[in-house]
Write a protein that binds this ligand. Structure first.
Ligand code: ADP
Ligand code: MG
Length: 238
């Protein structure tokens, strides 16, 4: 596990500044949700933690290590996306072991890690199936399995539930929190859905226009919003 520290981050795309001096501290083992309207810079921030985008200014640390110059594959993170394309021609087991095989992990080690992840996610009976034979929820679990097998210090989630129907979404929120309770890995979870944020986050960071409006525990934001934007955003149903 590792803490994540973001300080003084700025990012432009072309002439447009999309991140405007963001500081976020995420403690070891914390489940931190970045929430805000579409276009406020959530994915860009997450992609910078992952190393998929470079910051123009500022510093990003994972644990005690500054990672600005560290390539994504050496950052000890795993990312779960909204469009978690599974490999259609590979079984669940193969989907989950693929990245580890590329990294030339020993076969036995790969098998153990896949079996452990499958156990945690309830995918044991489905390991030899193919993605087309799975429900939406099961596919989402396989996508999480691919992240878990890598034993990352930090999990990054970018709106992983937004393609699921409402009922499944509620169930998966609970499953992801349960997963976090078991693995205790530091997690950064991006969503535009305030209900999701309020029910999942240990800490919530509310973003607007590339700026942090407020950061705190759900109850703190609910009881003491710092401005009308936060009050309205947190208070309105998704
Ligand atoms: P969010 O995830 O909160 O919806 P993003 O981080 O995706 O927001 O985007 C923040 C802003 O940056 C948006 O205005 C978006 O159009 C812009 N943006 C994101 N990625 C790029 C890119 N690769 N090139 C140009 N503009 C981008
Ligand atoms: Mg996004």
């Amino acid at each position: 596990m590792a803490s994540v520290h973001i300080s003084g981050i700025e990012k432009h795309f072309g002439g447009t500044q999309v991140i405007r001096g963001v500081d976020i501290d995420i403690a070891d083992g914390e489940f931190c949700v970045l929430v805000g309207p579409s276009g406020c810079g959530k994915s860009t921030l997450l992609r910078m933690i992952a190393g998929l985008e470079d910051a123009d200014e500022g510093e990003i640390s994972i644990g005690t290590r500054v990672v600005n110059e560290v390539p994504p594959k050496d950052r000890d993170i795993a990312m779960v996306f909204q469009n978690y394309a599974l490999y259609p021609h590979m079984s669940v087991r193969e989907n989950m072991s693929f990245a580890l095989s590329l990294a030339r992990q020993p076969k036995r080690e790969i098998e153990q890690r896949v079996d452990r992840a499958a156990g945690i996610l309830g995918l044991g009976p489905y390991l030899e199936r193919f993605p087309r034979q799975l429900s939406g929820g099961q596919r989402q679990r396989v996508a999480m399995g691919r992240a878990i097998v890598r034993n990352p210090q930090v999990f990054l989630f970018d709106e992983p539930l937004s393609n699921l129907d409402a009922k499944l979404r509620v169930q998966m929120r609970i499953e992801i929190r349960e997963l976090h309770r078991r693995l205790k890995a530091t997690s950064v979870y991006v969503t535009h859905d305030q209900t999701e944020a309020m029910t999942m986050g240990d800490k919530i960071v509310v973003l607007r226009g590339g700026v942090v409006e407020q950061a705190g525990a759900p109850l703190e934001l609910y009881d003491r919003p710092v401005n009308t934007f936060v009050a309205t955003f947190i208070g309105s149903p998704a």
